[in-house]
Design a protein around this ligand. Structure first.
Ligand SMILES: [Fe+2]
Ligand SMILES: [Fe+2]
Length: 372
């Protein structure tokens, strides 16, 4: 166990540890080009980036580990950055151009797979061209319908009924990529929203950020959960172990949060998270209790059962309805955000359940103290 990690019943070190994490290890030509450029601290991207077929984002698997890791590293420049990488790299024009190429590949694939005909350019105005009016309300309505029982595809059902402690630890390790910056990508949307949508989102974000109490910031509650599970709470600690499916779910939030043109899709993402969280959190709290994970581990999910039951109402009535009242042309974009979130979460669930049912680690490398 590393410094700052505590065991059940003791508090984790503050999530506000500000030093950025180490750069992760590359895993292909795209991530190698980006990470080596950041490690060098200056200069152009390697010549291989321009023209060489093996480093062209247009040819890369849009959901593959190499592209997702390269994109994840570039997005992290907007959050904590990395140890030894200058803060100014966040706005380096060369890196931004690379990011745009990766985003276009990722977003284009999502548009195709989610089945909306809204334009594919990151830079286009997300005016909801195409798609059916009312699609957003139907999509939100679909989120409210919980399957009657466990259909075999739900990670929270699996963990509740048969999850073992090592599987809960793996789940927490890979979810830490988001939960240690919980609600941050959605905060980027606030200046792009107005009226009821802004007020509703700010009210929810206020809760996510601890309602005025640092120790209640949800990212801190998650660090406390990780400490109960004997995990390292350092920000970015598990990036090297995260599979592509997990990186993609976090990259989607960063993509939608950083582009004003995608504000409708960001609201769709936010709605999906808030509407589906409460029932899933109830099952995950039960899993933590059943396995004796610890009080902070239970607390994180118990808190979300209650808080997200309220957030679900606010996000539907104020954020989604408020946005569409102001900008009805974003209807298809909201629906796309919901569809893209569900699509990537389904891929992650299939990956996790496939590995765990075979008693294999779902991480790229197993946690050091548990070989499943
Ligand atoms: Fe939360
Ligand atoms: Fe919430």
């Amino acid at each position: 166990m590393t410094e700052g990690v505590s065991v059940s019943g003791r508090s984790a070190s503050p999530v506000g540890r500000l030093a950025g994490p180490q750069l992760p290890s590359p895993c292909g030509p795209l991530s190698e080009a980006v990470i080596e450029r950041l490690r060098a601290g200056a200069g152009a991207l390697p010549p291989a980036w321009d023209g060489a077929a093996d480093a062209d984002p247009a040819d890369a698997d849009p959901y593959g580990l190499d592209l997702q890791l390269a994109l994840y590293v570039l997005y992290e420049l907007h959050y904590r950055g990395f140890a030894g990488v200058a803060d100014e790299e966040e706005w380096d024009p060369g890196l931004l151009a690379v990011r745009r190429g990766l985003e276009q590949r990722f977003l284009g694939a999502l548009r195709k797979d989610v089945g909306t005909d809204v334009g594919t350019d990151v830079g286009t105005d997300g005016g909801g061209a195409g798609g059916e009016a009312g699609g957003a309300q139907a999509a939100v309505g679909g989120l409210l319908v919980e399957p009657a029982g466990d259909d075999g595809t739900s990670v929270s059902h699996f963990l509740r009924h048969e999850g073992q402690l090592w599987q809960l630890r793996e789940y927490a390790a890979l979810r830490s990529l988001y939960h240690l910056k919980e609600a941050d990508p959605h905060a980027w949307a606030l200046p792009r929203l107005h009226g009821r949508a802004k007020a509703g989102m700010a009210a929810i974000e206020f809760d996510e950020f601890g309602a005025g109490r640092a120790e209640e910031i949800h990212a801190q509650l998650f660090a406390d959960l990780m400490a109960d599970l004997g995990l390292d709470t350092a920000y970015g600690r598990y990036t090297d172990q995260a599979p592509a499916e997990a990186l993609a779910t976090v990259n989607l939030m960063s993509l939608l949060g950083l582009h004003r043109s995608l504000r409708g899709a960001l609201v769709g993402h936010f709605a999906t998270v808030e509407v589906t969280s409460s029932p899933a959190s109830r099952r995950l709290a039960q899993a933590m209790r059943r396995t004796g994970a610890g009080p902070a581990a239970e607390r994180f999910y118990d808190e979300h059962v209650e808080a997200d039951a309220v957030h679900e109402q606010v996000v539907r009535r104020e954020v989604v309805d408020g946005l569409l009242g102001d900008e009805p042309g974003l209807d298809a974009d909201v629906a796309f955000g919901i569809g893209a979130t569900l699509f990537l979460e389904d891929r992650l669930s299939a990956h996790l359940l496939g590995a765990w049912r075979a008693q294999r680690s779902a991480l790229r490398s197993p946690l050091p103290d548990r070989e499943p």
